[in-house]
Design a protein around this ligand. Structure first.
Ligand code: GLN
Length: 270
């Protein structure tokens, strides 16, 4: 390719800033990135605002916490300290629900450990006749889940709950539970281990505590022939756990972009 073509197709970036810092600086000043790039003079206050955000990022604070927004399934969700940042791997959970229900299906589901609410809100938007119970014990999670329900105007089809005993007769339980084994937390990147809520990550000694708990409760609150969908860190371990439980049959799994089984679909036996 000639140089002339390259400059025509690639946007020049004479500022020398990384793309991440361009986003942060634009955000700091309330400008679009184009407006920021066109700006020539910066007041000391503006420089201070920019530098404070860049400093936070240098200290490994996740970009999404600084900007207050994280993408999930093509939509921007509000996030902040105390709530797990949505992961693209978790989008396999949405694909899994699309395998079992059609866009018009009427169903009542529980999102166990809802966090920001990104999974439940996405399902409410993709399935217009669904109703969500969103369970979390963390106050920060409940605050962000509520913000995101309002942001997408689906609060009328959802109820935030802190106690599993409030519900029964569900068509679906979906969960991205904490599944990192306690001993492995120290090996996570600083963005995760120093900033994200441990309660959303730590799955106990073998990482399986929440699968045990959810399997044991699911049989009581799911209707017969209805579904349990898990995100898994270690799908094999979840399958092993299931073999100890005669109440469920494995139906299917969805692979993530790294080709690991990430969403597992089970059906409660009659
Ligand atoms: N997949 C997440 C991570 O890598 C872990 C989320 C979880 O424990 N559910 O940080």
């Amino acid at each position: 390719m000639s140089n002339e073509k390259q400059t025509r197709f690639l946007t020049p970036n004479p500022s020398g800033l990384t793309q991440e810092n361009i986003w942060l600086a634009s955000y700091a000043l309330g400008l679009t990135t184009t407006q920021f790039m066109a700006k020539e003079n910066f007041s000391p206050e503006e420089n201070a605002k920019i530098n404070s955000l860049i400093k936070r990022r240098e200290n490994h604070e996740p970009m999404q916490y600084i900007m207050g927004i994280a993408d999930f399934y093509g939509r921007d969700f509000e996030v902040g300290t105390g709530v797990l940042i949505p992961r693209h791997d978790s989008e396999t959970l949405i694909e899994a629900v699309k395998e079992i229900f059609t866009p018009d299906s009427e169903f009542i589901f529980l999102d166990w450990g809802t966090g920001s609410g990104c999974i439940a809100v996405t399902l409410l938007l993709e399935f217009k006749n669904s109703f969500a119970f969103m369970l979390d014990k963390s106050n920060a999670a409940l605050i962000y889940a509520e913000k995101n329900l309002s942001r997408f105007n689906v609060q009328d089809r959802a109820k935030l709950i802190t106690d599993i005993n409030e519900i029964s007769s569900l068509d679906l339980i979906i969960s991205n539970p904490p599944y990192i084994p306690s001993g492995e937390i120290k090996n996570l990147m600083p963005e995760v281990k120093d900033y994200e809520p441990l309660s959303a990550l730590d799955g106990g000694g073998d990482g399986m505590d929440f699968y045990r708990l959810i399997f044991s409760q699911a049989r009581n609150i799911l209707r017969p022939d209805k579904y349990l969908i898990f995100e898994a860190g270690d799908a094999e371990q979840v399958q092993k756990l299931k073999t100890l439980d005669n109440n469920f049959t494995f139906i299917n799994q969805i692979l993530d972009t790294g080709s690991f089984p990430r969403a597992l679909i089970f059906k409660k036996n009659m």
